[in-house]
Design a protein around this ligand. Structure first.
Ligand SMILES: Nc1nc2c(c(=O)[nH]1)N[C@H]1C(S)=C(S)[C@@H](COP(=O)(O)OP(=O)(O)OC[C@H]3O[C@@H](n4cnc5c(N)ncnc54)[C@H](O)[C@@H]3O)O[C@H]1N2
Ligand code: MOO
Length: 622
């Protein structure tokens, strides 16, 4: 067996999709089953459904009142009212009641004067058919209710039941086997050893598949062993409608997927000109389609979206669904590789009157970027990127209401996470989206209209902005709980043998450290690790916790989260900087209301080292 396989195909996306669909037998799956209409939400009709009954199936009163023979009301007016005898000429009916024989109109109770128990008086004539629902007004027996290959939802269930249908024939849900491969994989919840990875791709894919109306069958993970993978794939392809193999798709020594497919059946292609997702492949084994998905989580997610969804739709007899799209202005230049269609995750929000698309992290391993995104944009294969301010088309993820989005750029802060929770707890219609960056960069980002607010920690003011106090927190050095190195302050950072890790340049905590070092007259070159940067205090605290370094720089709240000892260096004010032009916007007013709420303040006070004095106050305006 050849150990290394280099994939050569670079098929355009549409071509690869076409090959896959062409290798599915027929336009849909033949197998069907009978289900109750009331249980059929999400299912697809396997035959045309015709009404058995009309709805209504009798003449029905459409209003509460009296049913009458309209001829007897002719000529009634305010000046010349007409009297009718109840039970002989006028019959009391409630909405929905059958109209008594001989009656062909209903007069609303509001238009009737009851003179005594047996007599009513009417002041207007009644038109034939007035307030009567005719037979079949809604549905007429024998009419087509739903063509074959219709996906049923709540209103379809109503229509079918109203038409007298209680059971229907639907397409059997395709069963999709998902096989995770990789010796490094462990199940969620296991305690992790270095090199081990939580196997979650199959769970993500299963939930995607369920959403599209198929049944995911999650197979047990298999290690990187050619024979084991081959046996499993062989068996799965005999049992299920479609087989997905996760990982082992690229050029590594233990990447077996393409060889397995080739040796069990036919490999249709290996490699698509998309990013992420480039090593994706497809084949046919035991007459079943098999798709090899790249192992990186974003690649696996996107590959499933692009290739598995249309297959499921085809098996169900549905046409390919189109995502909802919206046009937005790109907030930064993006470069990309010529010859690859790149999918970039973005957030979308109204900023200073325009709808903007703000790119997120592009790494194929960052599933969090999908979770945080509102959708993605495509950079065409024949482009080497896209320019800032270009109008782009964003393909939205389902259920996204970007009108409630506010983009916050700035320094990570426990107060911000609390704010996000408070917004949801208080039932405020806002979604905060965060982009982590140093304060100075955040204010630049705000000025470039690429964020609705900057979360900054002590930074110089800019024109046309309003600064609102968010929180005051204590920042200092974090060490392991026993503080065995006896760190008492910045003077001890130059101890021999001690390892330190700094925060990213431009971050407030680092500036505070620098000023303390300067006051103490300590040369930063004497501190081992001063130039080694982690982005945030949380990153640094995590390294101390893991025993990788001795001292880091973080807030007291973060130190407490990681159960670390804390040596205070001082206080830092976190503020929200907002564009003057947006201060009166409804969404920003809502945000500031939460910052000013007692619930937010009382929760914030519970975090170690936080001070809520002046919380929500405007501290500066230029
Ligand atoms: N020399 C080259 N190396 C790589 C290339 C290349 O062209 N030449 N392509 C890169 C690209 S692009 C991708 S995408 C990945 C595809 O990798 P594989 O499909 O071979 O998958 P693995 O290497 O096994 O895993 C990648 C990554 O994903 C994690 N993983 C895998 N399965 C799961 C799972 N079920 N749940 C969660 N995470 C999973 C795995 O642990 C790895 O971290 O190859 C590049 N390399
Ligand atoms: O195709 Mo890979 O998914 O670009 O990282």
């Amino acid at each position: 067996m050849e150990k290394r396989n280099i994939y050569l195909d670079k098929l355009p996306l549409t071509e690869a999709k076409e090959i896959i669909l062409n290798n599915l037998a027929g336009n849909y799956r033949e197998a069907t089953e009978r289900v109750k209409v009331e249980d059929a939400s999400g299912r697809v009709t396997a035959e045309a459904v015709y009404a058995e009954d009309s709805s209504p199936h009798y003449y029905a009163a459409a209003m509460d009142g009296f049913a009458v023979d309209v001829d007897k009301t002719f000529g009634a007016s305010k000046r010349d009212p007409k009297e009718l005898t109840i039970g002989q000429e006028a019959f009391f009916v409630d909405t929905g009641d059958a109209v008594p024989e001989g009656c062909n109109g209903v007069i609303m109770i509001e238009d009737v004067n009851q003179l005594d128990e047996a007599t009513i008086e009417i002041t207007a004539s009644v038109a034939p058919g007035q307030h009567i629902r005719s037979i079949g007004e809604d549905i007429l027996a024998s009419q087509l209710l739903a063509p074959v290959n219709t996906k049923l939802g709540p209103s379809e269930i109503g229509g079918l039941l109203a038409g007298g249908i209680t059971e229907i024939e639907v397409r059997k849900e395709p069963e999709v086997a998902i096989l995770p491969t990789g010796t490094e994989l462990v199940d969620p919840g296991s305690s992790l050893q270095p090199g081990e990875i939580v196997e979650y791709n199959s769970r993500v894919i299963a939930s995607q598949i369920r959403e599209w109306g198929a049944v995911p069958v999650k197979a047990d993970k298999v290690e990187d062993d050619y024979e084991l993978i081959k046996n499993r794939v062989d068996r799965l392809s005999q049992q299920y409608d479609l087989v997905l193999i996760i990982a082992g798709s690229s050029a590594g020594a233990e990447d077996y997927t393409s060889q397995v497919i080739e040796n069990l059946g036919e490999l249709l292609f290996h490699g698509v000109a998309i990013k992420p997702g480039k090593p994706l492949m497809a084949g046919v084994i035991n007459e079943k389609l098999v798709i090899g998905l790249p192992g990186y989580p974003v690649s696996a997610y996107l590959g499933t979206q692009l290739f598995v969804r249309p297959v499921i739709e085809r098996l169900l007899g549905l046409t390919c669904s189109q995502p909802e799209k919206v046009k937005a202005e790109l907030t930064q230049n993006l470069t990309s590789k010529l010859g690859e269609e790149e999918f970039v995750r973005v957030n979308v929000a109204h900023i200073d009157g325009d709808l903007k698309a703000v790119p997120l992290q592009r790494g194929a391993g960052v599933i969090n970027s999908v979770m945080k995104s509102d959708g993605f944009i495509r950079i065409p294969a024949l482009k080497q990127g896209m320019k800032q301010n270009k109008q782009v088309e964003v393909e939205l993820r389902r259920d996204i209401d970007y009108n409630q989005n506010l983009l916050i750029a700035g320094e990570e802060d426990l107060a911000y996470e609390l704010l996000c929770n408070q917004i949801k707890l208080q039932g405020v219609g806002l979604n905060l989206k965060f982009k982590n960056m140093a304060s100075e960069t955040a204010v630049d980002t705000l000025e470039q209209k690429a964020a609705n607010a900057a979360l900054v920690k002590t930074v110089g003011m800019r024109q046309e902005t309003v600064v609102v106090n968010l929180a005051v927190s204590e920042v200092g050095l974090v060490v392991r709980p026993d503080n065995s190195l006896g760190i008492n302050g910045v003077e001890d950072l130059s101890q021999e043998g001690l390892s330190f890790v700094n925060q990213q340049q431009g971050r407030a905590a680092r500036r505070l450290l620098d000023s303390r070092l300067e006051t103490a007259g300590i040369n930063t070159q004497e501190i081992v690790g001063y130039r080694q940067e982690e982005i945030t205090g949380r990153d640094a605290a995590n390294l101390v916790k893991e025993g990788i370094i001795d001292v880091g720089l973080a807030s007291r709240g973060v130190a407490e989260l990681f159960n670390l000892d804390f040596i205070s260096l001082g206080q830092i004010t976190s503020s929200l900087v907002i564009l003057e032009s947006e201060v009166e916007r409804e969404e920003l007013k809502k945000l500031l209301e939460v910052v000013r709420s007692n619930e937010y303040k009382s929760q914030l006070q519970k975090i170690a080292g936080y001070n809520t004095e002046d919380c929500g106050e405007i501290i500066d305006r230029k």
